[in-house]
Design a protein around this ligand. Structure first.
Ligand SMILES: Nc1ncnc2c1ncn2[C@@H]1O[C@H](COP(=O)(O)OP(=O)(O)O)[C@@H](O)[C@H]1O
Ligand SMILES: CC(=O)N[C@@H](CCC(=O)OP(=O)(O)O)C(=O)O
Length: 278
């Protein structure tokens, strides 16, 4: 156990001063062995308490193609029918999660792979059918998360690694966007730790011009977000990511940063690159 991890006390005031990094990686990094290898080395080097959440949407889509399961998305959420929930359970909960755990163990990081069903950490509700039936997609109420098992893992120096799966309490696994899982865990754990939520992806941060890495917006508030969205400078996957980030801040998460996976070390040592959401 690291010195930082040993500093944890169950007394609330002291506990909240302890830093916890909640870090999310998406399909673009998981799917790139060189980028993933570098990321996992940097992740392993973080001395403070930490949790990893992974996506894997691209891998699920590719695996589905091999099995004859066509992926369909509406507003960035996968329509998850019976065949698709089996597919994503295998891909996220099995293939991606367990390979990550093995790679982390090889780097000396004692990680444990989890879904939201494990230890009932993330109960969710199947999204109600309105104009669209999303199928087995789960929505989370962060106040219902059970964070105690995670606090215990962290106290023991065991690093939780989450697949983007939750459960409905009625025996079904649900598919939940990985950015949302990261934000919900950050909200629940901000009652115990000083949380920095970091969304890692393949760009330098939220960019003024998506094709120019030197156009990073260093600080983003709601007003600027609305303006950039109206100007169509922000689109696709970055929109739900920023929405999740604002939700997290509004619900008490101390810091949220969107940045390049390559800048993880800087972003965990107060030499911020990327975009700070406030
Ligand atoms: N202004 C912008 N700055 C950064 N990324 C943007 C912007 N506008 C659109 N994007 C897109 O959002 C994507 C990130 O979302 P997504 O692909 O869902 O990431 P992940 O799979 O890592 O969660 C970027 O790869 C980029 O194509
Ligand atoms: C409901 C829903 O859309 N779930 C996502 C979960 C994976 C994910 O979020 O992966 P990335 O972070 O790599 O995009 C999906 O199946 O694509």
């Amino acid at each position: 156990m690291s010195i930082e991890q040993k500093k944890y006390h169950s007394d609330d005031e002291q506990a909240i001063s302890q830093p916890l990094f909640i870090i999310k990686i998406g399909g673009n990094i998981i799917d790139n062995p060189v980028a993933l290898d570098a990321f996992l080395k940097d992740f392993s080097a973080i001395k403070a308490a930490k949790i990893l959440i992974h996506g894997g949407g691209k891998i699920a889509t590719k695996t589905g193609e091999r099995l004859g399961i066509v992926s369909k998305y509406i507003d960035g959420r996968r329509i998850t029918d019976d065949a698709t929930i089996d597919l994503v359970t295998m891909v996220y909960g099995g293939l991606v999660n367990k390979k990550l755990i093995a790679q982390l163990q090889a780097l000396g990081t004692n990680a444990i792979g989890l879904t939201g069903a494990d230890a009932n950490i993330i109960p969710a509700e199947k999204r109600p059918v309105k104009a669209i039936d999303y199928g087995w997609v789960g929505d989370i109420d962060p106040s219902k998360l059970n964070s105690q098992p995670l606090v215990s893992f962290i106290e023991q120096g065991i690093i939780p690694v989450f697949a983007p799966l939750t459960h409905d309490g009625k025996g079904h696994i649900l598919n939940t966007n990985a950015d949302t899982i990261a934000a919900s865990l950050a909200v629940a754990l901000s009652k115990h730790f000083r949380v920095r939520l970091i969304y890692c992806f393949e760009k330098k941060g939220v960019l003024e011009d998506v094709n120019r890495d030197d156009s990073v917006i260093r600080k983003l508030d709601k007003e600027l977000y609305t303006k950039l969205k109206d100007e169509k400078k922000l689109f696709e996957g970055i929109l739900p990511k920023i929405d999740n980030a604002f939700d997290a801040i509004r619900s008490g998460v101390q810091e949220v940063l969107i940045g390049d996976a390559k800048d993880l070390i800087k972003n965990t040592t107060n030499n911020n690159e990327g975009t700070l959401i406030y």
